[in-house]
Ligand binder design. Sequence first.
Ligand SMILES: *Cc1c(COP(=O)(O)O)cnc(C)c1O
Length: 230
Amino acid sequence: MLPSYHEFKNRADAIRAQIAAACVAAGRDHSTVELLAVTKTHSADAADYASRYGLRAVGENRVQEAVDKQSQCTARIQWELIGHLQSNKAKLAATHFDRVQSVDSEKLLNHLDTAAAALGKVLPVLLQINAGRDPAKFGAELEDAPRLLETALGKKNLRIDGFMTIAPLSDDPAVAVRTFETLRTLRDELAAKFGVSLRELSMGMSGDMEAAVRAGSTQVRVGTALYGTR
Ligand SMILES: *Cc1c(COP(=O)(O)O)cnc(C)c1O
């Protein structure tokens, strides 16, 4: 059940305050961290809330679910795909999303580039990296990241904004910290190596967003803390 807009606004205000505090602790400007509202499993109203609150974008993890919501939603908001994408859905994803964060293979790069070309657009993407080496998570292995990035940078119809990761589920907060720092270091190394900015680091969720901000996250993806448990 979706909370009232009033309740949503209180939660969003609290999350922004948490992000701002984590930025102060890390010596960062709070305007460098974006809140992405994760609306998966919720009704299209969840995207309307995010828009009304002034957020730029919402995150969805299934292509078809997002397509259905978009048809019911009048909100002016961007849609980002944060869930695993199969190559056979690349065309649908390229059509319906403003950015795809879950790109983790050359095959997917090829399909998305072809789809974006056919649509006459340049599709922004992030490369998803399994920075926590979690067997339960999607994402390219750390060792494969340089090659994947090199291939990605060669795609005319894709714009590579940076990287995304999901920390392994763990009782030990140090695991998430290590995961986020690993991705940040990888980004710094590859940005220097390839002479590109790769500014976006999409990392941190309801349970670990402060650790992510301290490690350099530029976008936290928050569902539960905004909309309640799914
Ligand atoms: C569901 C999801 C989130 C949001 O998780 P919460 O714990 O509900 O904040 C973030 N990122 C991805 C990739 C997700 O699938």
